[in-house]
Design a protein around this ligand. Structure first.
Ligand SMILES: NC(=O)c1ccc[n+]([C@@H]2O[C@H](COP(=O)([O-])OP(=O)(O)OC[C@H]3O[C@@H](n4cnc5c(N)ncnc54)[C@H](OP(=O)(O)O)[C@@H]3O)[C@@H](O)[C@H]2O)c1
Length: 273
């Protein structure tokens, strides 16, 4: 989604500094208006290097927007996900974005620019096994609300984008990690949660074919980044539009039933070993 957004913004005439973590990805993403920068948002030295790059801009370009898009997802029940993996998800999905925001806000104050945080429908509803992912995304939503209210008097806008299913490598990676995770579970954990994990894997597999394309998602993110009067929140895909609305309308007990009904067709017919 990040690569497609960089391309979309370049097509609209913007110069894009695109964070990537490997030189192979840098070469893959490079194009006339897309300048790759090696950036792991959990490594302070790499954030410092990006700040230095912006400060030294030979062409005196102003930083107009920060799009916080990096994300990882590991599905597992709350009881079983090791704490270090909880911390890793929060490091990338929340603290990394806060670090980037703190580092680049001085430029955005200067330009009257914008922060665009890529959240998720998981920032509004926490399905089973999405505890760590949704926990970090709920927190990102809350931080975005606080930030928007802090920055409004200073002319810096804060926009949240909430995608539903998008066809990217995230789902595939998530499915592989979830499968590996089931293998690492103790026999009692597998008896308790094996069927649920299989249902989540099956549901995620069906998302990979039903989700919108990364290019379609990029159009929404680019609109959120460049619209003269942006909305506070954008959803991507019909599933996100419906689910985010339902979370506002339905009581929790009814949302539990909707969540269970969505997952039910994906449960295996027999209990996994
Ligand atoms: N796909 C969906 O269905 C969906 C739905 C809702 C929300 N989202 C959100 O949309 C955003 C983009 O996800 P995507 O679907 O495009 O997933 P993706 O294809 O897996 O891309 C995620 C990107 O984040 C990068 N990343 C991971 N850890 C990083 C770190 N520490 N520092 C810098 N970059 C890091 C990855 O880099 P590497 O390639 O180097 O690992 C990858 O390029 C995420 O915030 C995600 O939570 C996605």
């Amino acid at each position: 989604m990040g690569a497609a957004t960089a391309h979309e913004l370049a097509q609209r005439g913007y110069h894009v500094l695109a964070g990537v973590r490997s030189s192979a990805d840098a070469e893959a993403i490079r194009e006339e208006q897309v300048e790759p920068v090696i950036l792991d948002i959990t490594i302070p030295e790499q954030i410092d290097a990006l700040v230095a790059r912006i400060e030294a801009d030979a062409q005196g370009r102003k930083l107009r927007a920060l799009v916080n898009n990096a994300g990882i997802a590991v599905n597992a029940p709350v009881e079983t996900l090791p704490l270090e993996q909880w911390r890793r998800q929060f490091d990338v999905n929340l603290f990394g974005h806060i670090a980037m925001t703190q580092a680049l806000l001085p430029f955005l104050h200067h330009s009257g620019g914008r922060v665009v945080n890529i959240s998720s429908v998981g920032g509004k509803v926490a399905m089973p096994t999405y505890g760590a992912y949704a926990g970090a995304k709920f927190a990102l939503e809350a931080v975005s609300d606080a930030l928007r209210r802090e920055l409004a008097p200073h002319g810096v806008q804060v926009v949240v984008v909430e995608p539903g299913g998008v066809q990217t490598s995230m789902t595939g990676h998530g499915i592989e990690r979830a499968k590996a995770f089931v293998q690492e579970m103790s026999p009692i954990q597998r008896r308790r949660y094996g069927s649920l994990m299989q249902a989540i894997i099956n549901q995620a597999t069906s998302f990979t074919t039903r989700g919108v394309t990364a290019e379609a998602a990029a159009v929404v993110i680019a609109d959120a980044t460049t619209a003269p009067k942006p909305r506070i929140r954008y959803t991507i895909g019909r599933d996100a539009a419906v689910m985010t609305r339902l979370t506002r309308l339905l009581p929790d007990a009814l949302l539990d039933r909707v969540s269970a009904a969505n997952l039910r067709p994906h449960f295996p017919k027999t209990q996994p070993d």
